[in-house]
Design a protein around this ligand. Sequence first.
Ligand SMILES: [Zn+2]
Length: 393
Amino acid sequence: MKKIVKQDQDVIKQHNKQMILDIIKKQRPISRAELAKITKMSATSVGRFVSELCEEGLVQETDLTSSGVGRKAVQLDIIADAVYTVGVEIEKKRIKFGMMDFSETVVEHHRVAHTALESSPEETAALIGREISGLIKKCKISPEKVVGIGIGVPGVIDYEKGIVQFSSTLGWKNVPFAVLVEQILGIKTVIDNDLKVKILSEYLYGSAKGSTKTTLIGIGTGIGSALIIDGEIFRGGSNSAGELGHTTLDPNGNLCECGKRGCLQTYVDENALITEARRVKEITDIGQVFEAARADERWAKEIVSRTALYIGITINNIVCMYNPDTVILSGDLIENYTEIVDLVHEHCEQVIWEPFKGTFRIIASELKAEAIVIGAGALALQHFAPLAGADFA
Ligand SMILES: [Zn+2]
């Protein structure tokens, strides 16, 4: 019995210490007195935790700053280069990297062309290993300071086991990718679905800051979504919540790559737009459709408008299901052709069910193309930084 009590006390201590570290991170610089006020802990307890954090090389005292009339208090700040993580995004034709420091700032970005579909998962993991080693050298960081790697992967991901269960973009099935990367560099690795990483990023640093219930829709080659509630990613039973590309819009509709008919993605993603356009004109890429629409060509304007209508319908369905306060539109289609956002707003006037009108905002992604790299770095910090997971100890 005594032992259990002791363990409980240790858990509480770790939790409190992590809370202090989090507050220093968010409100830096901050004094011990301010910390005591926010946490409602005694000055002695705060002092003890701060000393430990200083000894561990995570926190340091900075210049004296005036606090109140005539008083000066020692300020505390985290040590930004105490530890690092690497955020990675695997896309269809390239891989992006970001070196994130302990203050959650990406200090170096890097990208490399790579078509995962034409390589084995082992080759892709080896490439990631080489590029990260190069990045560590370039940033002149001692390798032992890099405590974790986070990777955003398009597809169905077993987040707890680090397995890519299915990814049509990469052509992978049941690939234990986290272990593959871990074995190469000896750095702990976490992988997650790209849109789940993206919504975490927008929640922590982007357009969903301050929102309690956010949905993110990603539209590019395919369409998917993610939901975050009070900072917690909604995962569903097998981490697949939000895979709305294969929800059925019309049972007699377009044939989908999955073998079913009328899946949502056959109406809204980039391939759908190209297929529609080719019925009218011989085009090679989606940019030509938007160029023609900008030049006021009727056929192109109709296709773009119809796509916006389907995005509006998707938003209505999502809002009816989850009642979010914020809907973020993201992905190549949205970020490369921003004019579509205005059209979506116009269509939403018609397609959003009356009781939900005015209850949420529709906004474009703030972090755009860097969102996943930043979110993946943050995910790795949440998992592997010192004191990370103290809540679950
Ligand atoms: Zn389908």
